[in-house]
Design a protein around this ligand. Structure first.
Ligand code: TRP
Ligand code: ZN
Length: 520
């Protein structure tokens, strides 16, 4: 369902009005080509009005790309299967930079124009509502990179000394393939990536095949489970690959850049070896793991400061495993965080970017569950230590995480206050209802998209309580919320023991460490 359906309904109504006279004259002839509309240039996301497009739903992306690390040039042939949700005279794809060479719809040449990020495709004949079609775009060039707003930090399709790293949120996909670039329109993906030997490619999903020729190799990866566009990644380097299975039989494909060695490498390998244990904890909390494969990608890139929950196979900055003195350090928290996103962010994806706390608050809460698992404090203790540690005048409390605005989309408060919101909910409804809410959220929204309003409605339905107060306070009101004692624990929670405070401080230290690297 497109967010802009209302906008569309309006466009259709206006078109119908304009065509009323000729349509009457042609009554009985059925639809005329005049009745088609131009697909909207955005899905109607208030934060990013040009992201995505209206009028169709994508089903599958077949991305055939050739990349030469020596020249940074990419040559692409993208075939996208989609279904029209309006009668379309034309429709848009998002594509940033790159030169378009040819566009076909259902095997016939189509006209196209470009303006900004919009590639406007006009097929020979209109596409009727409900019709399945395939659009093929041939393109090439050097992919454009993005920077994170306010920070001189690279993201996107990044050329690296080792090859390429593809990681960005919300901007990345349109820099390397034509796309309906909004999480509301999920699709499955096939990647056929050709690189010169001896480069190697890792992507989402399963490695289906590898075809070697003298000089180059094509790596075929298959991501069957529907995926939001920003979660697609192809990463090019010389990888040490470790294929294994968790105790529950889930296939794991880990790729660590072969140039990462020594103590840092040992720390990374030790962390990745715990993915099964992390997943066990998350399955206990959230319900079944939503995908058919898992793993990690760790590039050697020095100026990558983030990790991203790329579906089935997160990409991690190696810097997470270095402390502030540059010594190898444990970073299990980031593995927990990115794997938690497989449920919240990936399987249950956003319908609009404004609701980002649904991703980051949940993934941060999973870190608190891990702290508890490791014996370093309960979520309530960490909640309270965090609450106590941040004074009311700190700008942290000023961010309205239910509507943070584009510039504060990944503000620290979205993560930490987001997790605090879940603990506040848990205290309000009690453990049994809280876990039922979380698991029902994961299972009923699986494979799709969701909004904050839907989460609140579910929480109220499961608990039978009116929860406006707690959500308004934590999500939609600037300022430090008044302290409230968890139900049934009067007098217990206010004074944390010194020991609990120290354990909770471990988590706060990790937060500081992450902030030193940028946000995560
Ligand atoms: N969602 C990522 C995380 O929490 C963080 C992130 C935001 C990011 N924007 C990004 C990562 C851009 C890489 C590039 O794990
Ligand atoms: Zn995150």
């Amino acid at each position: 369902m497109s967010l802009s359906s209302r906008k569309f309904a309006l466009a259709v109504a206006v078109t119908a009005l304009l065509l009323a006279a000729p349509a009457a004259a042609e009554a009985g002839k059925g639809r005329t080509s005049n009745q088609c509309v131009a697909g909207a240039p955005g899905v109607g996301d208030a934060y990013f009005p040009t992201y995505g497009n209206g009028g169709y739903d994508t089903r599958h992306y077949d991305l055939d790309v050739e990349y030469d690390p020596a020249t940074d040039r990419l040559e692409g042939d993208a075939s996208i299967r989609a279904r029209a949700t309006e009668s379309l005279c034309s429709f848009n794809l998002d594509l940033v930079g790159l030169d378009v060479r040819k566009v076909q719809v259902d095997g016939r040449r189509a006209d196209w124009t470009r303006s900004g990020q919009e590639l406007v495709v006009t097929p020979k004949r209109p596409l009727s509502d409900g019709r399945r079609f395939e659009v093929e775009v041939r393109y090439d060039g050097v992919p454009v990179e993005f920077t994170i707003p306010g920070l001189p930090i690279r993201t996107g399709f990044m050329d690296t000394p080792e090859g390429a790293t593809v990681i960005g949120q919300p901007e990345v996909a349109a820099a390397w393939y034509p796309v309906n670039d909004h999480p509301i329109d999920k699709a499955s993906y096939s990647f056929e990536v050709t690189v010169p030997n001896p480069y190697e490619v890792v992507a989402n999903g399963f490695l289906r095949d590898r075809e070697s020729r003298p000089g180059s190799t094509t790596w075929e990866w298959e991501a069957r489970e529907p995926m939001a566009s920003y979660l697609a990644t192809i990463d090019i380097s010389n990888w040490d690959v470790h294929r294994w299975r968790t105790d529950t039989g889930l296939p794991v494909y880990d790729a660590v850049d072969a140039a990462i060695t020594g103590g840092l490498r040992a720390e990374i390998d030790a962390g990745l070896a715990r993915q099964g244990e992390v997943l066990d904890l998350l399955v206990d909390a959230f319900g079944p793991y939503p995908f058919s494969t898992v793993g990690a990608i760790v590039p050697n890139q020095e100026d990558l400061f983030f990790a991203l929950e790329t579906q089935t196979r997160p990409v991690y900055s190696k810097l997470f495993w270095l402390d502030s003195q540059g010594n190898p350090a444990n970073a299990d928290f980031v593995i927990v965080h990115e794997l938690a996103h497989q449920w919240f962010g990936d399987d249950v994806a956003l319908a609009r970017w404004q609701d980002i706390w649904l991703n980051e608050g949940f993934a941060t809460y999973a870190e608190w569950l891990w702290e508890e698992h490791e014996g370093r404090g309960t979520p309530q203790e960490i909640f309270q230590a965090t609450y106590d540690a941040i004074p009311a005048e700190d700008p942290f409390w000023a961010t309205v995480i239910g509507d943070p605005g584009v510039d504060l989309l990944f503000d620290n408060a979205v993560y930490v206050r987001g997790a605090m919101t879940l603990q506040a909910l848990r205290n309000e409804v009690g453990d049994a209802d809280f876990w039922e809410i979380i698991r029902t959220w994961a299972s009923t929204k699986s494979g799709g998209n969701a909004t904050t309003d839907e989460f609140i409605a579910l929480a109220e339905q499961v608990s039978g309580q009116q929860l406006d107060d707690v959500f308004n306070t934590w999500l939609f009101t600037a300022g430090k919320p008044p302290f409230s004692t968890p139900a049934g624990q009067a007098g217990v929670a206010r004074e944390l023991t010194q020991q609990a405070r120290e354990r909770a401080a471990t988590w706060l230290n990790d937060v500081q460490r992450r902030l030193a690297h940028g946000r995560y």
